[in-house]
Write a protein that binds this ligand. Sequence first.
Ligand SMILES: Nc1ncnc2c1ncn2[C@@H]1O[C@H](COP(=O)(O)OP(=O)(O)OP(=O)(O)O)[C@@H](O)[C@H]1O
Ligand SMILES: [Mg+2]
Length: 252
Amino acid sequence: MLTLTNLHVSYDGSRILRDVSLTLARGEVVCLMGRNGVGKTTTLKAITGLVGVDSGDITLDDVQLSGLKTDARARAGLGYVPQGRDIFPNLTVWENLRIGAIAQKRKLNGEVDRVLELFPVLKEMLQRKGGVLSGGQQQQLAIARALLTAPKVLLLDEPTEGIQPNIIDQIGETIKTLRSDGFQAEPTAREIGDAIQKLRREGQIGILLVEQYLDFCLAVGDRFYIMDRGAIVASGPIAELGEKLVKEHLTV
Ligand SMILES: Nc1ncnc2c1ncn2[C@@H]1O[C@H](COP(=O)(O)OP(=O)(O)OP(=O)(O)O)[C@@H](O)[C@H]1O
Ligand SMILES: [Mg+2]
């Protein structure tokens, strides 16, 4: 559904992304992983049009996104939740949810209720100001709001950042226990993970998840891509994300 082909991106003349190709199908959760500064966020910004590309193609279904402005790409079906907590702190949760649809002049017949099913915590907090929610709750609100624009593809940039204490310390063990015992996440990360898994089961949208939190990727992902210094250096089904790759490209 979403296809990136041989993308090259530069900032101020220095190459940041080199020959990045990636695919995402409907119903799939694809994890884009890599250490700090390797180009994950830049990849998402290139997809949304927030940064220009030197060369390469980006298509969503049959639409060539590369020539379109950011808002036209959103209308073509991209939902984007940037890194950090991108909500309006002085608006209520309810107002935060409605604002995307208002901007698109769409009616939200029942859709708010449907999205709140994914994030039950928010349902209790509709009249609170966004700014008083916890970091993880704000992240849920940002994802919920993006879903209300009815995207075909949801781009999530490190939804667990700041929720989960850093990541990949005891990896060998983690991979083993995870595969046997399931996902032992901190509760808020788990709520976000549950929502992603529900969306995946519904099978209507594709999710491109930028994430450094390995357990989270292993729990919710179908496939992975690993970036290092602006290039994709490994990819495959999530079951093939083993210790060797993790040590080589993900541990700090
Ligand atoms: N606006 C910009 N101007 C110049 N260089 C930038 C700009 N934004 C990012 N960069 C550089 O591009 C590289 C990739 O940055 P990017 O934000 O894509 O990394 P990332 O993989 O998302 O990292 P993190 O995990 O820390 O979020 C980094 O070296 C960064 O310093
Ligand atoms: Mg980033």
